[in-house]
Design a protein around this ligand. Structure first.
Ligand code: MRU
Length: 384
């Protein structure tokens, strides 16, 4: 998407590859919305570290990063010995896979890259096939988000108030976004609507990333505290919910997404509000038979016990907003402890929403009921 920083507008993908430097290029998402910076990971260990440390996050974005990381690891190999090369690729694959456990997209993306590599005869051939396959995965993700936008835009009418959770925008993908795809498509059709971004504690991806994206794209929006959604629903102030997913089970229609998604789905059901999940095909796990088996990432307790931000006062915040500044450089990032110093915390990063709470799943192929994924698996590109 286009990013305007200090008056200059430029198009960026969230994840890209620099062949000359054999480096993966990433937007440093931990600094947003306060600073816009691109970082380059020099080897596959650094690329796995960037996924693990959440420099890049969001299921499709970490999938593209892992695909490029696999190509980066392949290209770094010196020699022609096929057996040694295969060993090396296995290490690269396992290192990238272990970086974050819940999203299935990185595994699907890397399996795709490896399948293409197998068609090459020599090490050199497999190296260039790896990069071509990673580039194709990234471009396919963009196409998928465009299609999700095309199908999902019809759910949005002018005047609607829409809730989204976490960030399933272009920063979470290669471009455009899954949950934001329908929003940007509806905006392009001239529709006027308003987005409520759940703050999404503990890491605040809604308050920092989704709000920044929507401001950049001039979409009307406000950040709400996670606990405010029920109240707004009760008062008729939310018409539609659209979220993303880190793993959607093709066999059952269960959806893993950022912690708090399940709560919002329960509330939406209680208030008769349509609840949609937007996913590219890489988010579908056709193997797992029950949501309980989805590996749920447990993150460090410090995220719950405190918060990261920049030094600022409520007064200077409104001054920044009035001046229309979207991104400023190098405000000092600090961690503040909020919770009682003697207390510990639990920090599950994701939860699983059952199919009966989901109105529909917006895919690049069309909108399906969660239980329709399995019977429609061929249409969705799954061959068994
Ligand atoms: O922990 P994060 O920030 O990687 O979690 C991201 C989400 O939960 C997104 O909703 C999900 O990855 C879908 S992104 C299109």
């Amino acid at each position: 998407m286009n990013v305007t920083v200090r008056g200059r507008t430029q198009h960026y993908r969230t994840v890209a590859f620099d062949r000359a430097r054999n480096a993966v290029l990433l937007i440093e998402q931990r600094l947003l919305p306060h600073e816009f910076k691109i970082v380059a990971t020099k080897n596959f260990h650094e690329t796995a570290g960037a996924i693990h440390d959440m420099i890049v996050r969001g299921a499709p974005a970490i999938a593209a990063t892992a695909a490029y990381g696999l190509a980066q690891g392949a290209l770094a190999f010196r020699g022609r010995d096929q057996r040694k090369f295969s060993w090396h690729i296995e290490i690269v694959y396992q290192t990238l896979k272990a970086a974050r456990p819940t999203a299935v997209d990185p595994v699907n993306a890397m399996n795709g890259v490896r399948a293409v590599m197998r068609t090459g005869k020599t090490v050199a051939e497999q190296q260039s096939l790896a990069l071509a396959a990673a580039e194709e995965f990234a471009s396919e993700d963009v196409r998928h988000c465009e299609e999700i936008g095309r199908h999902g835009a019809r759910l949005i009418r002018s005047g609607m108030k829409i809730l989204t959770h976490c960030n399933a925008g272009w920063l979470a993908c290669v471009d455009i976004g899954t949950a934001t795809g329908p929003m940007y498509a509806a905006q392009a059709q001239g529709k006027k609507f308003h987005i409520f971004c759940d703050e999404t504690r503990p890491r605040s991806q809604g308050a920092t990333l989704t709000a920044w994206e929507l401001a950049q794209q001039k979409v009307s929006h406000q950040v709400i505290a996670d606990n405010a959604a029920g109240h707004l629903m009760q008062r008729g102030e939310i018409d539609l919910v659209i979220v993303g997913s880190d793993r959607t089970l093709g066999r059952t229609g269960e959806v893993a997404n950022k912690i708090g998604t399940y709560t919002k789905a329960v509330l939406a059901k209680r208030h008769g509000i349509p609840f949609y999940v937007a996913i590219p095909l890489s988010t579908i796990d056709w193997n797992l038979k029950r949501g309980f088996d989805i590996p749920i990432e447990e993150r460090h307790e410090s995220e719950v016990l405190g918060a990261w931000g920049v030094e600022s006062s409520p007064k200077s915040n409104s001054a920044i907003a009035r001046a229309g500044v979207q991104s400023t450089k190098s405000a000092k990032r600090i961690y503040v402890r909020v919770a009682n110093p003697a207390s510990g915390a639990r920090n599950p990063g994701f939860d699983v929403t059952p199919p009966e709470l989901i109105t529909g799943i917006i895919t690049p192929v069309g909108i399906f009921k969660p239980k329709e994924l399995w019977p429609q698996r061929r249409k969705l590109g799954f061959t068994i």
